[in-house]
Every structure is written in structure tokens, then in C-alpha cells.
Write a protein that binds this ligand. Structure first.
Ligand code: AMP
Length: 437
């Protein structure tokens, strides 16, 4: 069977089995996605975060302002379109939507600090490559209404706890402070002043950034530019005392929690409303797309989105696809796809009817039961039971119907047990429990 249709480049299907995409990257099966998602949710619950779900479609203006006009995302990566007089965008990230929702629904009125988490697809029109997709999945948190260093440290602690719960180690946490936007603006001018005389030597990208967003030049991978930057003014020289005290407190709290980090004065997020602490988590198994997650404070975002009062906030966003790459690189064990508890084969019309009805009853009682919908030969049914890896099988024919009892066979040992139909649910339930235990 075939079709002339294909999924769109940069997107992928998640199937019951693992497979390799065009670029040779392993796409994990749905059971592994569920495992990772369940682990994320569980760690979030333990850390007392509540889930928020926002629409995939948002007003383009929200993203333009919330992510920032000068960013690559807004300049060239938005899936945006118009219908009637509304401009829509497929969300490229989830922080701006969460802050919109927080403000729109007055969540501050619930009292205290709002600790929210999310998990869902995002869209960016980037050049697809290993670890970089056009539809990808992020999970993350936003702590809204707390300017304390403890909120920054807790943000990082949750991220590390998720990685640990998944069995990932060898992580590199890089940490920096951006200070206040006012001090940063002074630094941007100093950096621009320093780089301008060398403007002719800069790459085209960096020349553009020099005009729009000089901080981004600090991310350069061009060796010559990296050399130039060695003597450039440093952001940390411009960061004020209060910010440094906050940063010291964050570092102290991380040390208390036994979380290792490396300070990286060049780690910046080039947007005006990113403030104070900023961090990135990397894994060596990821190659070029090394960032597993990124985050930090964004104390000015709520005001950028129209809030009349500031909302101090901190959060992180992590990529599921990158997590899977790291888990694969580190060869971390993951659960297998679930198999049926029992496969019931039927011989003859009457038995088929009985099996169909009984199967539904057993399922209502909570068992995972497989049977053949097509009325095939016994041989074909047993082959199917084998393929589905059911630990127990039963064969129902005329004799069984007459006796009101059947044999349950444990496939691995070959052990058999005679069971009356009236106690079928109970006995199968007990066997399955014992096997799982
Ligand atoms: P960002 O919002 O750009 O800081 O991204 C946060 C995290 O999302 C990154 O660290 C990646 O793990 C993930 N991510 C961002 N863009 C993509 C993409 N195009 N494909 C896959 N993962 C991505």
C-alpha cells in the first residue's frame, strides 16, 4: 500500500514502533513519548506546578512583541497567516502565550505565586536538520509573581530533576546574569562602540546584528569574531550591585542543592525584557544543536504585553526532540511498548461471538485484551498473539463453550490452568497482577 502524500519536511509522525527519519535520526515510538511526558508531569506535580494549556494559534502581534521584533524567530521563522482581518501565528514558543493567559484571566488574583507548567507542540520555519524541526515539542515552566532568587534556583532545580528522573547525566549547566535592561542598554552601546571600527571585518550576519541587536554577536561561531570579542567590554562590568547580589544568591542556592554549573559571561538572551539570571542546559550527545533547554528571568515581559504592573517572572523551556537525542546518545533504557495481558483466540462462529462479547467484559474490568477481528484461522490467530507478545493466551472452541471453562496458557513457561468462565475476570486479573509484580 502507498500514497503520494508525505508529511511536511521538518515534521514527523510518532508511530507505535521506532523508526529512522530521512536524516537517519531515530524517532522514538509513542510509548517512549508517553513515558517522557509522564515523567515530566510527575516531576512537575512533585514540585507543585500546575498545568496550563494555551491555544496553538495566537495573534501574530503577541509573538512579535512577546518574543521580540529583532529575533530570528520573528524576522524569519514564523508560520503566520491572515484570515479576514485577523493575523494568526502558530506559536513558536509558549512563554508569551502563558503570560498573555496569566494577564487575561487575572491569575494573580488566585493569590501567591503562580507556578505553571506546559507541554505541547511549537512551530518555527527553520532549516530542518538533526535536532531542529519545524514542528517540535516543548515543555517548560513559568513562575509568575516572584522576584526572589529562590524562584530562579527552583526553576533550574525542576529542570535538573526531570533530567535525573529520566536517567540523563553528563549535563552542562551554563549560567550568567544580564542585570537590568537599563544597565544592559549601556553595555550594548559600549559593545557597539567597540565593534564599529571593525565593522568591515565582520560577517554579514554580525554586521546586521551590530545595527539591530549587538548582543547576539556574542553568540558568534566565527573564529575571527570570537578573537575580536576577547578584548571587548564585558557585560558583567556593567551589571549593578543589586543584580550581582541576586546572582550570588542564586549561585549559593544552587550550590546548596548540589547543582553544578559553569559561569558563562557570553551567555545572553538578546531581548530587552530578559533580566538578571539566564541559563542554558547542554548535553554532549547533541552535537551542533547542543541546547536541551534554556531559560531565565523576564521581569519586563508582562509590561511589554500591556500589563499596568510589573510581574517578576522566571522559567525555562526544553525541547522533547533534543531530550530523545540525548537519551539515545547516552543509551538510557526506556520502557517497551505495552503488550496485551491476554490474547483470546476463537474457533468457529459461535466461539467468535462469545470471544467478542467476553473480550469487551474483560476490558471493562480493566484488562488489556487482544483478539482477532477478522475470524482468521487458528494458526493465523496464534501468530498474531505471538507478534503482539501477549504473555497469556486462551483458545475458545465448541468444547470450551460446552464445558463453560477454558485453558489459560502462560506463553513463556507453557504452564496451563483450567478456568471456569464465571471466574475468568478474577483469575486473569490475578495472573496478570502476579506477572507484572
Ligand atoms: P528557545 O525557545 O529557542 O530558547 O528553545 C528552547 C528549547 O526548545 C531549546 O533548547 C531546544 O531544546 C528546543 N528547540 C527550539 N527550537 C527547536 C527546533 N526548531 N527543533 C527542535 N527543538 C527546538
Amino acid at each position: 500500500m502507498s500514497t503520494s502524500f508525505q508529511n511536511i519536511r521538518g515534521t514527523f509522525d510518532i508511530l507505535p514502533d521506532a523508526y529512522s527519519d530521512d536524516g537517519g535520526t531515530r524517532i522514538a515510538p509513542s510509548a517512549e513519548w508517553r513515558h517522557v511526558e509522564t515523567t515530566v508531569r510527575d516531576v512537575m506535580r512533585r514540585h507543585n506546578f500546575e498545568e496550563i494549556r494555551t491555544p496553538i494559534l495566537e495573534p501574530t502581534e503577541l509573538v512579535a512583541r512577546g518574543v521580540g521584533e529583532s529575533t530570528d524567530i520573528v524576522q524569519k521563522e514564523m508560520f503566520a497567516f491572515e484570515r479576514g482581518d485577523t493575523q494568526y501565528v502558530l506559536r513558536p514558543e509558549i512563554t508569551a502565550p502563558v503570560v498573555r493567559s496569566f494577564l487575561q484571566h487575572h491569575l494573580a488574583q488566585r493569590g501567591g505565586v503562580q507556578k505553571l507548567f506546559y507541554l505541547g507542540p511549537c512551530f518555527r520555519a527553520e532549516k530542518p536538520q538533526k535536532g531542529r524541526y519545524r514542528q517540535f515539542h516543548q515543555f517548560g515552566i513559568e513562575i509568575l509573581g516572584a522576584d526572589e532568587a529562590r524562584a530562579d534556583a527552583e526553576t533550574i532545580a525542576v529542570l535538573m530533576a526531570i533530567c535525573e528522573a529520566l536517567g540523563l547525566s553528563d549535563l552542562d549547566l551554563r549560567l550568567n546574569t544580564l542585570g537590568t535592561p537599563e544597565r544592559r542598554a549601556e553595555y550594548v552601546e559600549a559593545l557597539r562602540g567597540y565593534l564599529e571600527p571593525y565593522s568591515d571585518e565582520l560577517s554579514e550576519t554580525s554586521q546586521r546584528r551590530l545595527e539591530r541587536n549587538p548582543l547576539r554577536i556574542l553568540d558568534t561561531k566565527v573564529e575571527h569574531e570570537q578573537k575580536l570579542l576577547r578584548d571587548a567590554p564585558q557585560l558583567i562590568e556593567f551589571v549593578g550591585e543589586e543584580s550581582l547580589a541576586h546572582y550570588d544568591e542564586v549561585k549559593g542556592l544552587l550550590a546548596d542543592l548540589g547543582i553544578e554549573y559553569e559561569e558563562d559571561p557570553r551567555l545572553v538572551r538578546g531581548l530587552d525584557y530578559y533580566t538578571e539570571t539566564t541559563f542554558e542546559l547542554e548535553h554532549p550527545g547533541l552535537g551542533a544543536q547542543s541546547a536541551l533547554a534554556g531559560g531565565g528571568r523576564y521581569d519586563r515581559l508582562a509590561e511589554v504585553l500591556g500589563s499596568d504592573a510589573p510581574v517578576p517572572a522566571v522559567g525555562f523551556a526544553a525541547g522533547m526532540e533534543r531530550l530523545f537525542l540525548a537519551l539515545d546518545a547516552a543509551a538510557v533504557d526506556r520502557p517497551e511498548s505495552p503488550t496485551p495481558d491476554v490474547f483470546i483466540a476463537a474457533l468457529g462462529d459461535e466461539a467468535e461471538q462469545w470471544v467478542f462479547r467476553t473480550t469487551q467484559e474483560l476490558r471493562t474490568a480493566g484488562l488489556h485484551v487482544a483478539h482477532d477481528l477478522k475470524g482468521r484461522s487458528l494458526k493465523a490467530q496464534m501468530k498474531e498473539a505471538n507478534r503482539q507478545n501477549a504473555p497469556y493466551t486462551m483458545i475458545i472452541g465448541g468444547n470450551e463453550l460446552e464445558a463453560g471453562a477454558a485453558t489459560v496458557k502462560e506463553m513463556e513457561s507453557g504452564a496451563q490452568e483450567e478456568v471456569g468462565f464465571s471466574e475468568l475476570t478474577e483469575v486473569l486479573g490475578r495472573l496478570v497482577e502476579a506477572q507484572k509484580g
